[in-house]
Unconditional design. Structure first.
Length: 323
């Protein structure tokens, strides 16, 4: 059974590396007959992997898209790259991506061996990503805090608030929030008997205590609203514009910073979320096409202000400045 299981895993790994394999080539790689190969393929199908088969001279096997996502086999380099990429996506500022990326990162890091976790953290700490606009948080720390929130388990950690000496905290973790390029933990502080928000880049050695708790009622609409109120951060704007350009062109210019919805071949709608109105204005300017502001009114006024400033900049001064 062990030999059959390991061979099935080897077959799955091979199918994931190439689009198409001939039956003879696969059987040769695995050191089995084509009949045994067919049984192994059937075993993968029973496990939920959609393996397609074609007969004839060009026949063979390939892994096709399925209705659900089955488990993937990754080598060391692929696992590290995946964890680093998901970590950047979690801090990208893309609306709706933070929570899903954090869930995915938690699943990946949990099954990584210690040597690969160390590589992930080192790589993220020593590289600069356009997506990450705030302090880099180690993947293992981020996932440890997120798991404690999910499992409703008390958490101990060291914390160094700005301008204060490090302290030891024990909390009932509630939610992890991404805001303004930073990660925050919203939790009930058992030592201070009150709700607090903690920046994860100032938090060290989070350790789950094994003590479960029943979540308290958060004194805010949601965790993000609590962090905004506690940090004094402004509420983000959701900007929308109708762009007179194909979606592919807008996507190339704006990249990950907006959600682009094609309307027809020559028009699309773009949605961007930011606490500042400057970068959505700049992003639309980078497209180099006509556009119409759909909202909010603050963004329309901001674009008008930018336009008036650029028009003034093109006027010849009445009295030139001395050289």
């Amino acid at each position: 059974m062990a030999n059959t299981s390991s061979r099935t895993l080897r077959l799955l790994s091979l199918l994931q590396t190439h689009r198409h394999w001939s039956g003879l080539e696969l059987a040769d790689r695995l050191g089995v007959s084509e009949r045994t190969l067919r049984r192994d393929v059937d075993r993968l199908r029973e496990l939920g992997y959609p393996v397609g088969a074609a007969r004839g001279t060009d026949g063979g096997y390939q892994l096709a898209p399925g209705a659900v996502l089955p488990p993937l086999l990754l080598d060391d380099e692929e696992a590290v790259a995946l964890a680093v990429g998901i970590g950047d996506a979690a801090q990208s500022g893309i609306a709706g991506m933070q929570e899903a990326s954090l869930r995915a990162l938690t699943k990946v890091v949990r099954v990584l061996p210690p040597r690969l976790r160390a590589r992930v953290d080192a790589l993220r700490a020593m590289t600069v990503s356009v997506a990450a606009s705030g302090p880099i948080v180690a993947a293992e720390l981020l996932t440890a805090v997120a798991q404690a929130c999910r499992d409703e388990e008390r958490l101990r950690f060291g914390y160094a608030a700005r301008g204060s000496a490090p302290t030891e905290r024990e909390v009932e973790p509630y939610r992890v929030v991404a805001l303004g390029g930073r990660w925050y933990l919203v939790a009930y502080d058992l030592g201070r008997h009150d709700w607090r928000s903690f920046r994860l880049d100032r938090l060290t050695e989070p350790t789950a205590t094994g003590t479960r708790f029943r979540p308290r009622t958060l004194p805010a609409e949601d965790a993000a609203a609590f962090v905004q109120a506690a940090s004094g951060a402004p509420a983000p704007y959701t900007v929308q514009a109708l762009v007179h350009a194909p979606a592919a062109r807008v996507r190339q210019a704006v990249g990950q910073w907006g959600t682009i919805e094609p309307l027809d071949q020559d028009h699309c709608r773009i949605t961007m979320t930011s606490t500042s109105l400057d970068w959505p204005t700049q992003a639309l300017g980078n497209v180099g096409a006509e556009f119409e502001v759909l909202g909010p009114p603050e963004f329309a006024a901001h674009v008008q202000e930018w336009g008036a400033r650029f028009i003034r900049a093109t006027r010849v001064p009445e009295r030139p400045f001395p050289p």
